[in-house]
Design a protein around this ligand. Structure first.
Ligand code: AMP
Length: 255
């Protein structure tokens, strides 16, 4: 069984994003970029399934600028077999790589590769959309299980435990299916130096959207990006009655 894993290149989670002075987006110049943390979990899940003899090949896919090859090489260094880049420099930035755009591209790759399992992150930490997996499942007609914290594959079926509000839900899916990873699914491994060297020789195919017959024109336009409002200073109150008084008179959260 083949597993396809989506990996997105995003601003590193340790970096505080800066908004461009003209409000047109987030400034990516000279900023450290890395693999989306939920996608590291997705790659780890696929590699573990390969080690368990359930998956035979792990193919990682990224959509974006040519520098996405770096995150693809990282995925190859932790155990993926092959990588595909759908290169679209013109779609980089805030407006271009929208979930529907990515889902359409991943659907085209699914048509070519015929995976039984697609593993994506539950969300990308730059757009926080949490939509791509659901859209891909709908476009491809695959079953879906989002926010997975446990995945068991047996007899052509996936049994997935999902993190939902108030607890855990376990569902069974017929394959092919899309699974999106939550934080507790696993702890991703680090790439070792010998594996980083070996990854340089693994296959990485580059396609342009036109090669896949895709029209990825964005449907949504970003009007403005602004920093969140600065937090107003807090205040120390001497006792509980003073706190209740302020909650009533200033915050107006109790009456
Ligand atoms: P989102 O719906 O944007 O929050 O993204 C959810 C997941 O879809 C991510 O964790 C990735 O697995 C996948 N994804 C989103 N954008 C891309 C991209 N440009 N390239 C590859 N995978 C992506």
């Amino acid at each position: 069984m083949k597993a396809l894993v989506g990996v997105k290149r995003v601003i590193d989670f340790n970096v505080k994003p800066r908004v461009k002075a003209d409000g047109s987006g987030v400034d990516l110049a000279n900023v450290k970029m890395s693999m989306n943390p939920f996608d590291e979990i997705a790659v780890e899940a696929a590699v573990k399934l390969k080690e368990a003899g359930i998956v035979s090949e792990v193919v990682v896919v990224s959509l974006g600028v040519s520098a996405c090859q770096e995150v693809l090489r990282t995925a190859l260094a932790v155990g993926a077999d092959r990588a595909i880049l759908v290169e679209c420099d013109e779609l980089s930035g805030d407006t271009g790589l929208q979930p529907l755009t990515v889902a359409k591209a991943l659907k085209a790759i699914c048509d070519r590769e015929q995976p039984q399992l697609v593993i994506l992150g539950k969300q990308a930490i730059d757009d926080d959309a949490g939509q791509t997996g659901q859209m891909l499942a709908a476009l491809a007609g695959f079953a879906q299980a989002t926010f997975a914290s446990k995945v068991v594959i047996a007899d052509g079926e996936a049994t997935v435990t999902r993190e939902v509000d108030g607890g855990l839900q376990t569902i069974a899916l017929k394959l092919p299916a899309v699974i999106t990873t939550d934080l507790r699914l696993n702890t991703p491994r680090y790439a070792t130096l010998p594996n980083i060297m070996k990854a340089k020789k693994k296959p990485l195919d580059v396609f342009k959207p036109g090669d896949l017959g895709l029209d990825l024109t964005p449907r949504v336009k970003t009007l403005k990006v602004v920093e969140p409002p600065k937090r107003k200073g807090g205040a120390l109150v001497p006792d509980v009655p003073a706190l209740v008084d302020r909650l009533r008179s200033e915050a107006k959260v109790i009456s």
